[in-house]
Design a protein around this ligand. Structure first.
Ligand SMILES: [Mn+2]
Length: 341
């Protein structure tokens, strides 16, 4: 997912062992690709882009996920290549594959019903991801923790194979990178980010069109949900910590989907003086998914780890039992202490 994920914190940046990755891709014939639930453009974009690249290499590819493609992202899956795990075709594809590739996550909690499939997969398994933390998926890891998005790693693969960026690859990878960087505004953005974006634009991406497709295509339900989250915002420590919440009942009342909460927390940091943001979201009744975003010295992955979660320095997440008052008191207490350290 865009930025949050599970336990265990690595200290040194990880880089992809390219000769080894290319060797693994050469050695296998039937690829099964999957990515995380509550998918974003990086998940779907990377998955479809890698599928394209592998087909160009003459490989058989199937993409099987534990989700249906959200309406807002269906324009990326033009040919409806993404198969849902519950589809009849999925079982056959899983049985036929000689390698399973997990993209953009290394966390069981992000894999939904694909978790047991991955656990039980008896052949080669690899992970291609840019998140620092993760679980042991029993797979060989190809991680670049400095990459802005998993899409960056796939773009690098395209270059290393000497393939060119087709308009379709351009769209998939630009969408992956642009959204995982909050449209080129997060601290993961480097000069190389714009260089790659330039290359993808030359391949045929029309950035303003893509922006409108992604960000001016708001569903009314999500718009109303954002309004609730904004109206409930409160601050602590003289405005340095901002927090808000979304209750399970809000989804039905506004007509929003669970996936509509993505990115709302980043909006709270637009309030002047805020340095640390917390968002409590009750996706499952009685249980709060807490998201953390930092613009200061506070390490979100450490803060999330207190509650069994994890992620990056500037963005992380954890799940904390409710009710809201209890979850909020516990997390705010830890946040205040982290802030004052
Ligand atoms: Mn990502």
């Amino acid at each position: 997912m865009s930025c949050e994920q599970a336990p265990k914190i690595a200290t040194t940046p990880l880089v992809v062992d390219w000769p080894r990755l290319l060797e693994v891709l050469q050695e296998h014939q039937r690829f099964l690709l999957t990515t995380h639930i509550r998918p974003d453009c990086d998940a779907i974009g990377s998955e479809l882009a890698l599928a394209d690249v592998l087909r160009q290499m003459g490989r058989q590819v199937a993409c099987v996920n534990a989700f249906s493609v959200p309406p807002a992202l269906q324009f990326l899956d033009e040919n409806q290549e993404l198969i849902e795990l519950r589809d009849l075709r999925a079982k056959e594809e899983i049985e036929r594959a000689d390698i399973l590739v997990v993209l953009d996550t290394t966390a069981w909690a992000q894999l939904g019903d694909m978790g047991p499939v991955i656990k039980g997969f008896p052949r080669k398994k690899i992970v291609i991801d840019h998140h620092v933390s993760g679980d042991d998926l029993g797979a060989e890891l190809f991680k670049d923790t400095q990459a802005e998005a998993t899409g960056r790693i796939i773009a690098e693969l395209v270059r290393r194979l000497g393939f060119s960026f087709t308009p379709r690859l351009g769209k998939l990878l630009f969408a992956a990178i642009a959204t995982d960087t909050g449209w080129f505004r997060f601290n993961s953005v480097r000069a190389e980010t714009f260089e790659l974006a330039g290359e993808l634009t030359r391949a045929g991406v029309v950035p303003d069109k893509l922006y409108r497709q992604l960000f001016e295509n708001e569903r009314l339900g999500r718009f109303r949900l954002m309004g609730r989250a904004m109206a409930r915002a409160e601050t602590e420590l003289g405005g340095r910590i901002i927090h808000s919440y979304i209750l399970n009942t809000d989804f039905a009342e506004t007509g929003a989907l669970s996936s509509d909460t993505e990115d709302i927390i980043n909006t709270t940091l637009t309030v002047a003086g805020t340095e640390l943001a917390l968002m409590f979201i009750e996706h499952v009744p009685g249980q709060f998914k807490v998201s953390f975003r930092s613009r200061c010295h506070v390490d979100c992955s450490r803060l999330a780890a207190v509650f069994g979660g994890g992620g990056h320095r500037s963005a992380a997440g954890a799940t904390v039992p409710g009710p809201l008052e209890v979850a909020r008191a516990r997390v705010l207490d830890a946040a205040r202490r982290a802030m004052q350290q």
